[in-house]
Ligand binder design. Structure first.
Ligand SMILES: Cc1cc2nc3c(=O)[nH]c(=O)nc-3n(C[C@H](O)[C@H](O)[C@H](O)COP(=O)(O)OP(=O)(O)OC[C@H]3O[C@@H](n4cnc5c(N)ncnc54)[C@H](O)[C@@H]3O)c2cc1C
Length: 306
């Protein structure tokens, strides 16, 4: 997860630009509309049904930017899958990659002690701070996050977003993003996660200040932290709060990332999948949509990217 996302104005700007380009080409958008079903006739995807009952016919194809859990296990009629396809789907694990994530409004961006020797560090889009204790990271970190939901020594990503995009904050103020790993949502109750969220921020600041002395409580204007419950509730394919739409352990990556027939083109004609559930894995730069487009371009005689 080392790729920065620093567009002026944030991701919303990209979405609007893409949506506007689409509208010029006659694209019709259904915003905030849940897809409930993919229709298949004679082995071909023919359209979708929205949760509110609206039916939309597919003139050429259906492309799902969703995970295997929804596309294959929820939206398709179960009889379409063979036992072998279901076996492959059942090999998908969501047992790693659960995160605490948030943004903090601050008076000053973190000023790291390490900046004395490495002046660029305060501006680095993604900085990880962690104890210089490899034995802890190797033997104890995972143990603690799985058992307790947070580590006694954080391995924390911090991102001085407002350094790169001041349009996100009022003049003279700043925002910094933070992230650390945790366990799957079902390891704790919803009530426990709520309590732990406040504890997480307390602990975050207690540890951050050791690396960046100005990250005291008095520097914080406000924050929003999200936990695996929030992620699961808003992203059904990030099961249990798994940011990568399936574990990215070696045994779940590349050709081992289980999908019914190992491809962007599914076993149903004209049905494609282009999400992080595919071989490249989670992350906005893993190329799933790009690679999916190349397969579609082959099938429909469209222009291939150069
Ligand atoms: C907290 C967090 C931090 C992250 N940080 C980074 C990072 O720093 N760098 C990085 O590269 N990656 C990061 N990622 C991962 C990255 O955001 C994801 O890998 C990527 O967005 C997944 O892309 P996607 O197209 O598979 O799914 P998404 O971007 O989740 O898109 C799927 C879309 O489908 C919609 N949808 C889902 N189900 C339905 C349905 N039934 N009906 C209609 N619409 C539906 C969703 O609302 C969503 O808009 C982070 C993820 C999280 C959660």
């Amino acid at each position: 997860m080392g790729i920065g996302r620093h567009r002026q104005g944030g991701n919303r700007i990209d979405h609007q630009a893409l949506a506007n380009a689409g509208k010029k080409l006659g694209v019709e958008y259904h915003l905030n509309s849940e897809v409930a079903k993919i229709h298949v006739e004679n082995g071909k995807a023919t359209g979708i049904r929205l949760a509110d009952g609206t039916e939309i016919a597919a003139k050429q194809m259906v492309i799902g930017d969703i995970g295997n859990a929804q596309l294959f296990d929820r939206m398709l009629n179960p009889d379409l899958k063979t036992d072998e396809m279901q076996r492959r789907l059942d090999t998908n694990l969501y047992d790693r990659g659960h995160v605490w994530w948030g943004t903090m409004g601050v008076h000053e961006l973190p000023d790291y002690k390490a900046a004395k020797n490495n002046p660029d560090i305060n501006a680095t889009p993604r900085t990880y701070w962690a104890p210089k204790d490899l034995a802890y990271m190797e033997d104890k970190y995972m143990h603690e996050i799985m058992l307790l939901g947070m580590a006694s020594k954080f391995f924390c990503l911090s991102a001085p977003d407002s350094y790169w995009d001041p349009s996100r904050v009022p003049e003279g103020k700043h925002s910094v993003a933070f992230e650390d790993y945790t366990c799957p949502m079902h390891f704790h109750s919803r009530k426990e996660w709520r309590q732990m969220s406040d504890e997480f921020v307390e602990e975050l600041l207690r540890q951050w200040v050791k690396y960046a002395p100005n990250m005291k409580k008095s520097n914080v204007i406000g924050y929003r932290v999200i936990n695996p419950v929030d992620l699961q509730d808003t992203h059904p394919d990030m099961k249990g709060g798994c940011w990568s739409v399936g574990s990215m352990a070696g045994s779940q990556n590349g050709r081992f990332r289980g999908s019914p027939n190992n491809g962007f083109k599914t076993f149903i004609d004209n049905l494609y999948i282009c999400s992080s559930a595919m071989f490249g894995g989670g992350g906005i730069a893993r190329g799933s949509s790009y690679n999916c487009y190349k397969v579609i371009a082959d099938d429909f005689g469209l222009r291939q990217p150069e």
